[in-house]
Design a protein around this ligand. Structure first.
Ligand code: BTN
Length: 251
């Protein structure tokens, strides 16, 4: 509940120094992702945009990301240069999220390809990545939404069976502490030398590997088979096929 402390200049600059990136805090904003992309487009360096509420939060596949004011961690980090291609970095970000949660006592988070973090078999967080190229290494904006304090009735009825919050799994987590840990873990997985270890951890935490799955693209079945592994670029290997994008469900 202390996220609004970021409004205090002394707190913000102490954290900026500690994390090595600028922090922009908004009580309410359309989307931290749009704002970070805008800042990236005008040449800003490493920063994180944080909001207590988003009025037009974006999810994957053109969906919305909804969270009542003050209930979730809603943040977008600008990396310059881009640490990896977006499809790979969302996987690495999943590992960063799981490690950050471990550090706050929420152990055993699992990862569903490509961008979901699950606790107790339900989705508690998701990530979204956008890249730009500029001939100088480009930049990447990574947005993360974590359901922190939501109660069951805070989720839309069609999500209640699949979504959860840290509170619903029995954990009281401070959003500012989560932001700090997550930033540190994201910086760690952004290091090229850390990638191999992080991808192995992704495999250990994966919900789908070794399972029979169906891949959907534009609502249609694009592939079926055993999810065997992930490739170095983040693609999911289903049978003999490389799946670069799509939604996957257990069969
Ligand atoms: C998903 O669909 O699982 C990805 C959700 C990503 C949501 C976050 S919330 C902070 C950032 N700003 C946005 O508009 N979207 C991302």
């Amino acid at each position: 509940m202390r996220l609004a402390l970021l409004r205090v200049p002394a707190v913000r600059s102490a954290l900026e120094l500690e994390l090595g990136r600028a922090i922009e805090y908004h009580a309410s904003l359309a989307s931290t992702q749009d704002r970070a992309r805008e800042l990236g487009g005008s040449g800003s360096g490493p920063l994180v945009v944080v909001a207590d509420e988003q009025t037009a939060g974006r999810g994957t596949h053109g969906r919305s990301w909804l969270a009542p004011a003050g209930q979730g961690l809603l943040a977008s980090w600008l990396f310059r240069p881009a640490p990896a291609e977006p499809a790979l970095f969302v996987l690495l970000a999943g590992v960063a999220m799981a490690r950050a949660l471990d550090g706050l006592g929420v152990t055993g988070a699992r990862l569903k390809w490509p961008n979901d973090v699950e606790v107790g078999r339900n989705k508690v967080a998701g990530a979204l990545a956008h890249a730009t190229t500029d001939g100088e290494g480009g930049s990447l904006v990574l947005g993360i939404g974590v359901n922190v304090h939501q109660r069951r009735e805070d989720f839309a009825p069609d999500l209640r069976e699949r979504a959860t919050s840290l509170a619903l799994t029995g954990h009281t987590v401070d959003r500012l502490a989560l932001l700090v840990r997550l930033t540190r873990e994201l910086e760690r997985v952004a290091e090229p030398s850390e990638r191999g270890l992080a991808l192995d951890e992704w495999r250990r935490r994966a919900t789908l590997l070794g399972q029979r799955v169906e891949v959907l693209r534009d609502g249609r079945t694009a592939a079926r088979g055993i999810a065997r592994d992930i490739a170095d670029d983040g693609a999911l290997i289903v049978g003999d096929e490389r799946i670069a994008a799509g939604e996957v469900r257990l069969q």
